[in-house]
Design a protein around this ligand. Structure first.
Ligand code: TRP
Length: 505
């Protein structure tokens, strides 16, 4: 006698509705919201950037969010299982997405969380001293010149990387309800409170208003530059965790009755408002720094890593009161924002493996965490930042976008959006109209194609970041190809239980 038909019934479920929403928000809100958004805004025309950003949110972000949540809900499976229920020929796509995120994005993302953890401890005595730039690149990273000059593993980084992976492991190991749901129920309110304190504190500093003006002053002439639009669209993709296979897996744990459309809107809007608010904190502090050092504000603004690990430490040292506490709050919130995103992909990957191979969930999580830690070691070496930069560029500019285009094609044209729309309108409280089918079948893929072609053109014109072609090809392109190859191999294994068995009919 076989117990196979029952396998599908073991699917975990969120304990509460708010638990699901918070977990999805936790995945969406990450390091990118705090340091990437505000910088993009500043670089791309300040307040005017909100126009392409909001257009990208409504035209691409929300329709895709509805699509991923609806798909996971209907198929009651992880990304590979959901795609395989539509067509076995497309199962590789689901694997590819979760493999390159799990064995790509999250490997370096965890290293950045590890840096934040190091800086959290450095805040206790402001260890970066008077020259945070030198401190970060020379003393802390001991950065080499080229990616192939690997040097040694940096012991402070590897130690905190170990802590990050232990935390990742602990949370996901405990399961959907006791681990992910509970962690996010603590993390999200805490993150909102910490950011609230930072913003409030920042806005009261002298010079804050100057900073905010620079952040939001609209320069509409920038809107004619295609790169501004590209930045908006790719940021929306990354920030909403779309094309990661995460929302599909999270939605597969929903009960039959679910508020698919409303939740998609709520998750997307909370995420984007958080970015906007965090930007106030960031620019208030930069404004203060410009004022106290007497420099113009554009000389103190830095992009992503430079913002968090160079500009902010400098500003923290300049604060008149409680500067150490401010550092602890700032880096603490980065750690929380980061962890709630990294656990989401570990869950999405685990759910993919469990769906297909029926291994024990706890074993999968443990093996994955060990592999994740080992895989992250390369990013914790002296050339780690260079590897991180190249891998990030290829996975986010190409991997996510190509995956997204295929996803729209699969669901829009092979499965037919109308079926998914009927499913949504049957179970969800808010209904969606034909506009949604049009967006996912035509608008989103066309927008993503334009994005892809433009990135590719820029790529061919000048090698990204001034790296050698050899490094870009071997590290960047091949990362995508190797993960694709792995995906095809995993997809070619037979299913023990037909993936479509678990579907809500
Ligand atoms: N949305 C996150 C951000 O803005 C990125 C992210 C989402 C992520 N899911 C992830 C990163 C999973 C690593 C792993 O930063």
């Amino acid at each position: 006698m076989t117990t196979e038909p029952n396998l599908a019934h073991h699917r975990p479920q969120w304990k509460t509705h708010i638990g699901f929403v918070l977990a999805a928000v936790g995945s969406a809100i990450g390091l990118g919201n705090i340091w990437r958004f505000s910088y993009l805004c500043y670089k791309n025309g300040g307040g005017a950037f909100l126009i392409p950003y909001l257009i990208a949110l409504f035209v691409v972000g929300i329709p895709l969010m509805i699509m991923e949540i609806a798909l996971g809900h209907k198929m009651r499976g992880s990304a590979p299982a959901s795609f395989a229920s539509i067509s076995k020929k497309w199962e590789w796509l689901g694997w590819w997405q979760i493999i390159f995120v799990m064995f790509g994005i999250v490997l370096y993302y965890s290293v950045v969380i590890a840096w934040c953890l190091n800086f959290l401890f450095f805040s206790f005595n402001l260890s970066w001293g008077t020259d945070p730039n030198n401190f970060f690149f020379q003393d802390f990273l001991m950065l080499k010149q080229t990616p192939f000059d690997i040097g040694d593993v940096r012991s402070p980084i590897i130690l905190s990387l170990l802590v990050v992976w232990i935390l990742n492991w602990l949370i996901v190991f405990m399961g959907v309800r006791e681990g992910l749901e509970r962690a996010n129920k603590i993390f999200m309110p805490l993150l909102f409170a910490l950011t609230g304190v930072i913003i409030f504190w920042g806005l009261k500093l002298p010079g804050a208003m100057e900073g905010i003006k620079v952040y939001l002053r609209p320069d509409f002439s920038r809107l004619s530059d295609i790169r501004v639009w590209m930045d908006a669209f790719s940021q929306i993709f990354f920030t909403l965790s779309l094309g990661f296979g995460i929302m599909i897996a999270y939605a597969s744990y929903l009960p039959k009755k679910a508020a698919i459309v409303r939740d998609s809107l709520v998750i997307s809007c909370i995420n984007c408002s958080f970015s906007l608010f965090a930007g106030f904190g960031v620019f208030a502090v930069l404004g203060y720094m410009a004022k106290t050092t007497g420099q113009p504000i554009n000389s103190v603004v830095r992009e992503s890593i430079g913002l968090a690990f160079v500009a902010f430490p400098k500003a923290i040292s300049l604060l008149p009161h409680f500067s150490k506490l401010f550092g602890i709050l700032f880096f603490g919130s980065l750690v929380i924002a980061g962890l709630s995103s990294s656990i989401s992909i570990i869950e999405a990957f685990t759910s993919g493996i469990v769906d297909k191979f029926h291994y024990k969930r706890k074993t999968v999580v443990s093996v994955l965490s060990v592999l994740g830690f080992i895989g992250g070691i390369i990013f914790a070496t002296q050339s780690g930042l260079l590897w991180l930069d190249i891998v990030d560029h290829f996975l986010t500019q190409y991997g996510l976008v190509i995956g997204g285009i295929f996803e729209c094609f699969l669901i829009g044209w092979i499965y037919k959006t109308v079926k998914l729309r009927m499913h949504v309108n049957r179970y969800s409280d808010w209904k969606i109209g034909k506009w949604w089918s049009f967006c996912t079948r035509v608008v989103v893929p066309v927008a993503l194609m334009i994005l892809l072609i433009s990135s590719f053109k820029t790529e061919l014109k000048t090698p990204y970041g001034g790296y050698s072609w050899l490094a870009l090809v071997l590290i960047g392109r091949d990362w995508l190809l190797v993960t694709l190859y792995m995906a095809i191999i995993v997809a070619s294994h037979p299913w023990r239980l037909e993936p479509s068995e678990r579907m809500i009919k």
